[in-house]
Each structure stands twice: as structure tokens, then as C-alpha cells.
Ligand binder design. Structure first.
Ligand code: ADP
Ligand code: MG
Length: 702
């Protein structure tokens, strides 16, 4: 058959008229034969077994019974609606079938005293079993249909079911489709790939995914289709990277000059870790080529990304370019600014900070210096992408915590450039490798997987609210040693009022427990003005206050080495990555640090796993893996919008190994045949072109 048949509108399929076609389109996104063919069941049920009515048990799962309807009656309900009740019997007993919707239509369609196969879940009430909205089929039809023990169950919606497009109807459509197309489809992989991975053919895979012959064939079909799904996504991502590297020119930063060398010799306060050195080498190699760097730098909290950013910036300066450093919040931007000014002491580098609270007068100077090239490094928040901000020659843009900046926002940074600047995106949210492969598969990734030496692991404990007094006692001991303490409350947007109340109640009880003048307390929360927040942060930073009571506004990046205890209230309400981020606020100085997770006794299973994971490990990547398993890829931070995660059949968590295989096969293929021109890759090329043409989901993500 030819490609064209798969592009036929679904309304032309037997059993699908214009009305159903509209429904399929709006509910399931199915427009063509091909869409239907690639609409896969999400599970299968064993329909080789029949139950007798006398064998029925309460709480059984879906079951199948053979019997006859002996009587049909309509029962009036409240509000004028009615339900349809059928008496259904086999040789061993009697039960009821019940419909609440589509009563009229079903009543007309049902044949009395004719053998039916019914399928569904049963309820048990007052000694009688009943099955609401059973799937049913005349025995005669049942015996005729292309059917196997494993009955596919397709994803559905309430609207579809209400309009009579049940699972059985979809199965019927699938059957018509296979008849129409004679079960014959184009192969999409090369013989080489198929043989090496011992995959079954496309024809066998499609047939068995919809009409499995045996469990074994079903497994093989799933394997082949999952592989294929990953393979083509990876092919797309890797090709995008290839094209970007060959077509998108970047400024070649050929030399390492005075700025870098002077800094390295005189200002660098510590020896770089091996991971930092390795990453810096990767960055230098990128920036020294003629291509634009587009690199993601992953490194756990405290792994030392800032210094890597600074060294990268100095290379740009050495080559006569300016640098931009963007942070998601004013607090963080200010902190980066202070850190850089500090690192660069005694050097002739012009660094400025631009945030929402920068005064107009200062802005004017800054804009002028930026355009003249006098300003070397501009650090700031979103304010950096305002129209008035124009770099003379931006060579590198460093973006901290990437998930908060959109693609278009970033592009605004380099409006004046001839070529795009090199880009380094830094994130402290570790992303499991498999997820990174899909989300950022077209970027280059560097990982700092080593903490600076002499870091003591943060001791983490889980305590119940009932033990609060002993926790307070511990805090007092730490404060007596000159340490500082964070107490963090959750902030979850749905009930900001309640969260605010929790915070204020907590604040009050802490002020009672830790009275002035012995203790000084800062408070920072989302409803405060930026300048008030900054003021309180500064008091804490300078050591004027010992306790910082805060909502999660301090979550990312805040660096106050003297603080050694992080108390997280209602820890069960936080996600794992947030807990990990918060814990990263301590353990930055020389002292042993602690993280105390407070919770009530009532914990969900997931919450138990989260808290235990935090107590057991401090490895951000391990924590991210657990998070991925608990929440699924779609819910992880920053991944929501990515269409790449709308997988049809593969699962990023369960099929992680297959993803790795698919990626390496795709790499190998592109190494040998980057444009997919070879005769043996013809099928791959055709399938690839077809997919690229039809998909908008593979739009830019970097
Ligand atoms: P993050 O990756 O979380 O942004 P930072 O860059 O803030 O981490 O670094 C955390 C702390 O570790 C900073 O105080 C920094 O100066 C220090 N640091 C970074 N690299 C090293 C190193 N190689 N040796 C010792 N300390 C380091
Ligand atoms: Mg940082």
C-alpha cells in the first residue's frame, strides 16, 4: 500500500461518518487512517475466560459472561431521568445489566433471548450482582470477529463513551482499517537495525499491537514500536544538533588571554575540581569552534557552577566580547553580582547589575556603557531582555535555572548581534539521564558530578510535629555555637491565604520560643515588597539575625555559608526536587550542617518515599530518578510544555534502557549516513520525512 492511503481522512472508513469523524478528531486527535493505526491500546484484558453467574464474587475485576437477556424494563428515577434494567441469565443464575445513559438507543438495539457475550465490572447490592454499562456483543458476531485472548483497551474519554463510541466500536474501526488496508504497511526501519535488534517487522508489530495473537507476540510488538518511537525522536533531535552545528555559525573565541590568565593565577581562591576542569574544557572547545555553543550545564547545588560561569565569561572578554548573566530572581541576581565582584577584585573588569529596582539614573549610565562597550558584564533578572538593553557585542549569555526563561525571551538578549552569542544554561535541578536525552537531546550537556572537597554531607532527619520541642532545643544549641538557621514553610499557590496563615502562625510561635534580644529573627515571604525582602535577606546574610523564617522564596541558589540548619515545615507537602534545593541552602560552610524534615503523622505513601529518600541520600541525580518514578516525566519541573514527552507507547521510566539503545543506534546511523541518503536507509528516510512533515511537536525546545 502507499503512504496516501494512510493520509485518507478517517470519515472514509467504514463505520465512521462525519459525526464520528468529528468526535475522533476532537477527543483523540485522530484525523486520518494513519492516526487511527497509530492509536495504541493502553492495556489488554484477558478475554479467553468466561465466568458463570454462580461463580461471581464481590470485588472482581472485569469479567466476561455468556448468557441471554430475558427481560427489559425502564425504571423512572429522580429528576425525570430513567434507567434501563435488563435481567441477564445463564444456566447457573441471574443478574442485572443497567444503563443510565443512551437508554432509548440501547433499548431499541437489544435482542431478547439471544445469546450475548457481556463484559464489564460487576457491583453487588442486596444479594444481587449487576453490571453497569456492559460491553456487549451478540455471540454470533463475537465468534466471527478477528479476536484474540488479549482484548485491547484503547484510551477513551467520557464524551466518546456517552456518544456510543465505546471500546468495542473502536476495535471494530480498527478491524475495518486492517481489512481496508489489507494489513500491509510500509516498513520504517532498515534491515540492519531490525536484524541487529531482532525486531519483528512493522506489519507484524501493528497487527499484534491491535490484535495480539499471543502474549509473546504482543510483547514483541510493543518492544518494536517503543523502540521505533524513541528512535525517530532521537534521530530528529540528533539531526537538529548536527544541523545547528554545521549551519549556525558562532563567534570563534580562539584565544585565552589576560583576563582569564590573570584571574586564574591571582584571583582563583581554590583549586578547581576535576569535574569543573572537565566542563571548562568542554566549554572552551565549543566556543573555540566556528559553531554556536548551546550547552546545558547540570550540577547539583553547591557543585560550583558560578566559578565555571565566570571563567567562561572571562574567555569572552579576552576575545573582545561582552557577557550577560541572567538569574530568575532579584535575590539571586544580586548574589551573583556580589560573588563576581568579589572574585574579580583588583581586576579591571566593569560589572553591573540590572534588576527591576535599578534606578532610572543608573539605568541610563548602564545603557550607555553597554552600547559603547565599556561595560563588560551585565548581570540581572528579566530586566535584561527589555528593549532598551542593547549590548554592543554580546558574546556569551549565561542563563541560571533555565526553566524560568522562555525561548523567545532569550532571543531578545541578542537583538543587536550579527551572530547569536554562545549560550550556557545552568541548572541545579538534576535531570535523570533518560529525561535529559529526550528533553535536551539536541543540546550538548555538561555535568559537574563532584562536589568541592571537604564538604560535609548534610545530616538529614525526619521528625514529627509532636517532637517540635526537642527540635527547638537543638536549634538553640546550634545558634549558641554561632550558627544560623532557616525555617521554611510551604507555599502552594492554590491556597496562598492558608499558606500565609501557616507561615505567620509559625513565625509567632518561633518568636515566642526565641525571644528578643537573645534572638533576632528575619522573615521573608512572597507577599513582601522586593526591597523589604532584600533588606531582611541582608540582615540575615550579615549575621544580624540568627533565624530566617521564610516561604520557598529562598529556594534557589541563595548562598549563606554560616547557616547550618534547614528546618522544613510540612515537609510532606514539598516535592522532592524542592526539598533537595532547600537542603542545598545549608552545608555550604565548614560547619556540620543539618536538615530537619518536619511532618505530621498522617503521610501518604508517596510522601513517605519522598522523606525517606531525602534521609537516605544527598545525590541529586538519585533523587531526580526517584522523583521521575513517583511523578512521571510530565510533572517534573520545566517539562510540562514539551511535546516530546507525549509518547504514544514508550515510557521514559520503564523503557529507559530501550531509549539508550535507540539513541546510540540513531547516533551510529547519523555518523555513517548523516543525510540518510544510503539505499539501505531508504525506509528510515521516508518515515523520518513523513514524521517531520506532520509534527509540530518537534519545534524548538532549546
Ligand atoms: P552552585 O553550583 O550551587 O551554583 P556555587 O557556585 O554557589 O554552587 O558554589 C558553592 C560554593 O562552593 C561557593 O561558595 C564557591 O565559592 C565554592 N566553590 C566552588 N568551587 C569550589 C572548589 N573547586 N573548591 C572549593 N570551593 C569551591
Ligand atoms: Mg548557583
Amino acid at each position: 500500500m502507499s503512504i496516501n492511503n494512510l493520509n485518507t481522512a478517517i470519515s472514509y472508513l467504514k463505520g465512521v461518518g462525519p459525526a464520528r469523524a468529528d468526535l475522533l478528531k476532537s477527543e483523540l486527535g485522530i484525523r486520518t487512517f494513519g492516526d487511527l493505526l497509530n492509536f495504541f491500546p493502553n492495556r489488554y484484558i484477558d478475554r479467553s475466560q468466561f465466568m458463570m453467574i454462580s461463580q461471581l464474587q464481590q470485588n472482581s475485576s472485569e469479567i466476561q459472561i455468556l448468557g441471554k437477556i430475558t427481560e427489559l424494563r425502564t425504571v423512572q428515577q429522580a429528576k425525570g431521568s430513567s434507567r434501563l434494567v435488563a435481567t441477564f441469565s445463564d444456566e447457573t443464575g441471574t443478574m442485572e445489566l443497567v444503563w443510565f445513559r443512551g437508554v432509548k438507543w440501547i433499548k431499541e438495539a437489544i435482542k431478547i433471548n439471544t445469546p450475548y457475550v457481556i463484559f464489564g465490572k460487576t457491583n453487588f447490592f442486596k444479594g444481587l450482582f449487576s453490571m453497569p454499562h456492559p460491553e456487549m456483543e451478540l455471540l454470533a458476531d463475537y465468534n466471527k470477529s478477528l479476536r484474540t485472548a488479549m482484548q485491547p483497551v484503547y484510551p477513551s474519554t467520557e464524551k466518546l463513551v456517552n456518544k456510543g463510541v465505546t471500546n468495542r466500536v473502536i476495535s471494530k474501526m480498527m478491524q475495518s482499517l486492517f481489512e481496508e488496508l489489507h494489513g500491509n504497511f510500509n516498513e520504517t526501519l532498515s534491515t540492519d537495525v531490525i536484524e541487529r535488534l531482532k525486531l519483528i517487522s512493522k506489519n507484524e508489530a501493528l497487527l499484534n499491537i491491535h490484535f495480539p495473537r499471543t502474549q509473546e507476540m504482543l510483547t514483541k510488538a510493543q518492544h518494536r514500536l517503543k523502540f521505533e518511537e524513541f528512535f525517530f525522536i532521537q534521530l530528529q533531535l540528533l539531526r537538529k544538533k548536527l544541523i545547528r552545528k554545521s549551519k549556525f555559525k558562532g563567534y570563534p573565541f580562539l584565544k585565552v588571554g589576560d583576563y582569564f590568565n590573570h584571574f586564574y593565577k591571582n584571583n582563583l581562591p581554590f583549586e578547581l575540581t576535576n569535574a569543573q576542569k572537565r566542563v571548562l574544557k568542554e566549554i572552551r572547545k565549543d566556543m573555540g569552534s566556528n559553531a554556536q555553543m548551546n550547552r546545558l550545564l547540570q550540577g547539583d547545588v553547591g557543585s560550583g557552577k558560578t566559578i565555571v560561569a565566570l571563567l567562561t565569561i572571562l574567555i569572552a572578554l579576552d576575545n573582545g566580547f561582552q557577557a550577560a548573566f541572567m538569574a530568575p530572581t532579584e535575590i539571586l541576581a544580586t548574589q551573583h553580582y556580589n560573588a563576581l565582584v568579589n572574585f574579580l577584585h583588583g581586576m579591571n573588569v566593569n560589572v553591573k547589575l540590572l534588576t527591576g529596582s535599578t534606578k532610572t539614573k543608573d539605568r541610563k549610565i548602564l545603557h550607555a556603557q553597554l552600547e559603547s562597550g565599556e561595560l563588560h558584564i551585565l548581570i540581572g533578572t528579566h530586566a535584561l531582555i527589555e528593549d532598551k538593553v542593547k549590548f554592543r557585542n554580546l558574546g556569551i549569555a549565561i542563563i541560571d535555572e533555565q526553566h524560568r526563561f522562555g525561548v523567545e525571551q532569550r532571543a531578545k538578549l541578542w537583538k543587536k548581534n550579527v551572530l547569536p552569542p554562545h549560550i550556557l544554561v545552568m541548572t541545579a535541578t538534576p535531570i535523570p539521564r533518560t529525561l535529559a536525552m529526550s528533553l535536551y537531546g539536541d543540546l550538548d550537556i555538561s555535568v559537574i558530578d563532584e562536589l568541592p572537597p571537604n564538604r560535609k554531607e548534610v545530616v538529614t532527619a525526619h521528625r514529627y510535629d509532636a517532637n517540635r520541642l526537642s527540635v527547638f532545643k537543638f536549634l538553640k544549641e546550634e545558634i549558641a555555637k554561632g550558627r544560623q538557621v532557616y525555617v521554611v514553610y510551604p507555599l502552594i499557590n492554590e491556597s496562598e491565604v492558608m499558606d500565609y496563615k501557616d507561615l505567620m502562625d509559625g513565625y509567632e510561635s518561633i518568636t515566642r520560643e526565641f525571644p528578643k534580644p537573645t534572638y533576632q529573627i528575619s522573615i521573608v515571604h512572597g507577599q513582601m515588597k522586593a526591597e523589604d525582602k532584600a533588606y531582611e535577606m541582608q540582615r540575615f546574610q550579615k549575621g544580624e539575625t540568627q533565624i530566617m523564617v521564610a516561604t520557598t522564596v529562598i529556594e534557589v541558589g541563595v548562598d549563606i555559608p554560616n547557616s547550618s540548619v534547614m528546618v522544613i515545615e510540612s515537609a510532606e507537602r514539598f516535592g522532592l526536587s524542592q526539598l533537595h534545593q532547600l537542603r542545598g541552602r545549608v552545608g555550604r560552610g565548614a560547619a556540620q550542617s543539618y536538615c530537619i524534615l518536619m511532618s505530621s503523622f498522617k503521610l501518604s505513601d508517596d510522601a513517605k518515599v519522598r522523606l525517606k529518600t531525602m534521609v537516605d541520600t544527598s545525590d541529586g541525580f538519585k533523587i531526580a530518578e526517584v522523583d521521575l518514578k513517583l511523578r512521571g516525566p510530565g510533572n517534573l519541573m520545566g517539562t510540562q510544555q514539551s511535546g516530546i514527552l507525549n509518547l504514544k507507547i514508550a515510557d521514559l521510566v520503564k523503557d529507559a534502557n530501550l531509549l539508550k539503545i535507540a539513541r546510540s543506534m540513531a547516533m551510529e546511523l547519523l555518523d555513517k549516513d548523516p543525510d540518510l541518503n544510503a539505499a539501505e536507509n531508504r525506509f528510515i528516510r521516508i518515515a523520518y520525512m513523513e514524521l517531520s512533515k506532520n509534527s509540530t511537536q518537534w519545534a524548538n525546545i532549546s
